[in-house]
Write a protein that binds this ligand. Structure first.
Ligand SMILES: O=C(O)C(=O)C[C@H](O)[C@H](O)COP(=O)(O)O
Length: 220
């Protein structure tokens, strides 16, 4: 497969799942059990944030399982792109749009999912060859109405709203055709992972999957 095909495939898989659990993991030893909980809950996807020192090792563990689509989140620098890709990340997420990060992702052949919440930021992402952006922080940036407004001039752009999304407002976002998937940490609370309550995580994940399915049954 070419790098372009790979990037398209990753996007298709994210869009098929429609939910992206955002993970903050403190100890890579928890990563395998976390992967099992995600798979068991019906959502074999994780965005492992580079907010902790365990991120790269956790990505490696999840990737080695072979049954989880693994992204790296909170990627701020080209060096972190390298660390993420070396660990086996399938895609790279940033809170904002950085030319340096996007260019390194292109060099390494991985999908870049940069953050963009204004027309100027979306246009900047388009100029860098990116047409699916993370809409972050979604809740404080106008939420679903803001995405719908941006979708008018940017017809070909797809959004992954993240930040302030949960069961109560999931439907607002999944109801928009331009929303490829929705991200959030509510499915994988850091405290539950730290406490080893993976059964609790699996239940939250299963609940989210069921809710997403009920909100947009046509696209299941
Ligand atoms: O952009 C990044 O790389 C981030 O790490 C941002 C996270 O995706 C959000 O902070 C998750 O938001 P909540 O679901 O409200 O906890």
């Amino acid at each position: 497969m070419t790098a372009t095909t790979t990037r398209t495939t990753v996007l298709d898989r994210l869009a098929a799942h429609r939910l992206v659990p955002v993970v903050v993991i403190d100890d890579a030893k928890d990563a395998d059990a976390l992967g099992a909980a995600l798979v068991g809950g019906g959502l074999p996807v994780a965005e492992v944030t580079f907010r902790t020192a365990a991120a790269a090792d956790a990505i490696r563990v999840l990737r080695d399982r072979g049954d989880v689509l693994v992204g790296a989140g909170t990627v701020l620098t080209p060096a972190q792109v390298d660390a993420a890709v070396d660990a086996g990340a399938d895609y790279v997420v940033s809170p904002g749009t950085s030319r340096a990060v996007i260019e390194r992702c292109a060099e390494r052949g991985v999908l870049a999912l940069p953050g963009a919440v204004t027309a100027t930021e979306v246009q900047a992402a388009l100029e860098l060859g990116v047409s699916t952006v993370k809409f972050f922080p979604a809740g404080t940036s106008g939420g679903a109405p803001a995405i719908a407004a941006l979708a008018a001039p940017f017809g070909g752009v797809r959004f992954v709203p993240t930040g302030g999304v949960g069961p109560k407002n999931l439907g607002d976002y999944l109801g928009l055709a331009c929303v490829a998937a929705v991200g959030g940490s509510w499915m994988v609370p850091r405290d539950l992972v730290r406490a080893g309550d993976l059964a609790g995580v699996q239940q939250l994940v299963a609940d989210a999957v069921a809710l997403a399915r009920s909100l947009r049954p046509d696209a299941a």
